[in-house]
Design a protein around this ligand. Structure first.
Ligand SMILES: CC(C)(COP(=O)(O)OP(=O)(O)OC[C@H]1O[C@@H](n2cnc3c(N)ncnc32)[C@H](O)[C@@H]1OP(=O)(O)O)[C@@H](O)C(=O)NCCC(=O)NCCS
Length: 169
């Protein structure tokens, strides 16, 4: 199985994150969306690198690593928020999303965060299943929070993970 390497994003990752965002969410102005998520004080991004299939060049097999997913979040006071999480279609169900969220939890717990919050669309059962598998709990609902591609309003489920209970604070 390919290894997943999670690291803090740098400015040189912006293009790759924009491609991932466009694939996971919205192809319109993905770079602007990424930049807006990174604007609030304390915001940062993680990138997941994963081995891709080796390519052959002049009879030499070259192993490569590609950006398979990203997570943007921030720490404010003792709370961590997840703003955006996306994994490339080709790399889904390989543990990339889980590794990104787990790394965020460990990283921000070490900075003093006590809990992690996020919003997930009520019509996104895959993402909700990921968070539930990590023991996030639904703690609220924001009515009509999102607008889907067809223009219909969709509720957001607010989920919370208690870092303190997991010994991660
Ligand atoms: C949601 C998303 C980030 C999951 O990323 P991923 O790398 O495929 O997730 P993982 O492989 O780490 O999944 C871990 C566990 O979460 C659950 N899970 C993840 N995706 C799921 C899906 N589509 N359906 C059901 N369960 C799912 C499973 O329990 C899975 O474990 P398993 O594969 O052993 O069954 C990815 O599908 C994605 O980018 N979707 C589009 C953007 C999005 O919805 N982002 C989240 C917005 S809040």
């Amino acid at each position: 199985m390919s290894s997943i390497d999670i690291r803090l994003a740098t400015p040189s990752d912006m293009d790759a994150m924009a491609v991932l965002y466009a694939e996971a969410f919205d192809p319109m102005q993905p770079r602007l969306s990424i930049e807006q998520y990174l604007t609030p004080p304390g915001a940062f991004a993680l990138v997941a690198q994963i081995d891709s299939a080796p390519t052959t060049h002049e009879n030499t097999s070259v192993a490569a690593s590609v950006a398979a997913g990203y997570l943007i979040g921030r720490v404010a006071s003792d709370e961590t928020e997840i703003f955006s999480l996306g994994v490339a279609n080709d790399f889904r169900r390989r543990g990339v999303g889980r590794a990104l969220v787990e790394t965020l939890c460990a990283l921000t717990a070490a900075q003093g965060a006590k809990s992690v919050f996020l919003e997930v669309a009520a019509d996104n059962p895959g993402a909700a299943a990921l968070y539930r598998s990590l023991e996030f709990k639904a703690v609220g609902r924001r009515k009509n929070y999102y607008r889907d591609p067809g223009g219909a309003r969709v509720d957001a489920i607010v989920m919370r993970f208690d870092l303190a209970n997991k010994g991660l604070d």
